[in-house]
Ligand binder design. Structure first.
Ligand SMILES: Cc1ncc(COP(=O)(O)O)c(C=O)c1O
Length: 363
């Protein structure tokens, strides 16, 4: 036995990573901080949940029948889709399957945090393409940043934190300019936007699309996502995907969630109406905001952003400070819920802004 105690070392890239802790904490308030459904999932899903027995949990989850149903729902064949433990796992397995030393992950920024987190665990490097002050999709700059080393281009569409969008033509132009790279289009907020490129799966050979059940469906706690990819790419992705990463409760609920299209349509319609109503509130309060195609709006609070978030919390409304995102100093993201919830958020916002202005500060 050696006399000094040594412990095993992780890979160099892991040593330089930091743990990522989303700011969850105590969230007993109106949750406008994580872009979740602010009401509930479909009653049909609740019905399934109430019938799940303890004995059902003794079995390993069988994903294939549910994958077949999801594929049909999306107009694809089962070989073109994989259910994942949220879109987060889809991103993780895609990066594990494709990124190696010398490769570049191309990202328009600001964008969803987990792309960078999972990329940092690989030996690839991240090439960030900054959006301008309007936070629109930086199409021309992204095209110009494509190199022979570009291996994945991750496009959240709509993007977070601003809710900006890339058009179908722009996505196709990028996919054609980088045939050697995988183009991931993350459609986590699809139901609020209504536009998709999922119909191009298998037609554009380097295009993959991710969808989630965490947002409009109201099932963030179940952790289910879908990755859609051409069969030629999916065969590699499946090699790194855990066979049981989607649990049996999630699998039991998905068919009911998918069948209740009316619920999703009515929730997305309500959120869009609430978003329009809330934009008017922001205009009245003379606060700059960025046009969003998703269930959130980014607002410019300025130097007192942390104080604003604290005051909103004290009034019972959680919102998310995005000041640390590239190009987002002073900006806060507010999830859009129902019109009634947003009236409550609007009155909290008016009070917080009035208090900050009374102290002579922007906004
Ligand atoms: C663009 C985007 N993709 C993916 C996710 C995470 O999805 P999931 O809960 O399915 O892992 C989020 C969550 O905020 C997101 O904003």
């Amino acid at each position: 036995m050696p006399d000094t105690q040594t412990i095993p070392e992780p890979r160099a890239r892991v040593r330089s990573m930091k743990e990522y802790h989303p700011p969850l904490g105590c969230r007993d308030a109106l949750r406008l901080d994580f872009n979740e459904n602010t009401v509930a999932c479909s009653p049909a899903v609740r019905n399934v949940l109430s019938r799940i027995a303890a004995g059902d949990l003794t079995r390993y989850p069988e994903r294939a029948p549910v994958e077949a149903k999801v594929a049909r729902h999306l107009g694809l064949v089962p070989e073109q889709i994989a259910l994942t433990n949220g879109v987060d796992e889809a991103i993780h397995v895609l990066f594990e399957a494709f990124l190696e030393a010398g490769d570049e992950l191309l990202l328009p920024v600001p964008t969803y945090t987990m792309y960078e987190v999972y990329a940092s665990a690989t030996d690839a490097s991240v090439v960030a393409v900054q959006a301008g002050d309007d936070l629109q999709f930086p199409f021309e700059r992204l095209l110009a940043a494509i190199t022979p080393r570009t291996k994945i281009i991750a496009i959240a569409n709509p993007n977070s934190p601003a809710g900006s969008v890339a058009s179908r033509e722009q996505i196709l132009a990028i996919a054609r300019r980088a045939p050697h790279a995988v183009i991931l289009v993350d459609e986590a907020y699809f139901h609020f936007h209504g536009e998709t490129v999922i119909d191009l799966i298998g037609i554009q050979p380097n295009l993959v699309v991710a969808r989630t059940f965490s947002k409009a469906y109201g099932l963030a706690g179940l952790r289910v996502g879908v990755l859609a990819a051409p069969v030629d790419l999916m065969q590699w992705i499946r090699r790194v995907l855990s066979p049981y990463s989607v649990n049996s409760v999630a699998l039991a609920c998905l068919p009911a969630a998918l069948d209740d299209d009316a619920y999703i349509t009515s929730y997305a319609t309500e959120v869009r109406a609430a978003r329009t109503q809330f934009e008017a509130t922001l205009d009245q309060a003379n606060i700059r905001w960025w046009p969003s195609a998703a269930n959130f709006v980014l607002v410019d609070i300025g130097p007192r952003h942390a104080d604003f978030v604290r005051r909103m919390h004290a009034a019972g409304v959680l919102v998310r400070d995005r000041s640390n995102d590239p190009g987002c100093d002073g900006r806060v993201r507010i999830t859009i819920g129902t019109r009634e919830q947003m009236r409550h958020a609007a009155s909290a916002l008016h009070q917080a802004i009035a208090a900050i202005r009374a102290e002579g500060d922007k906004p």
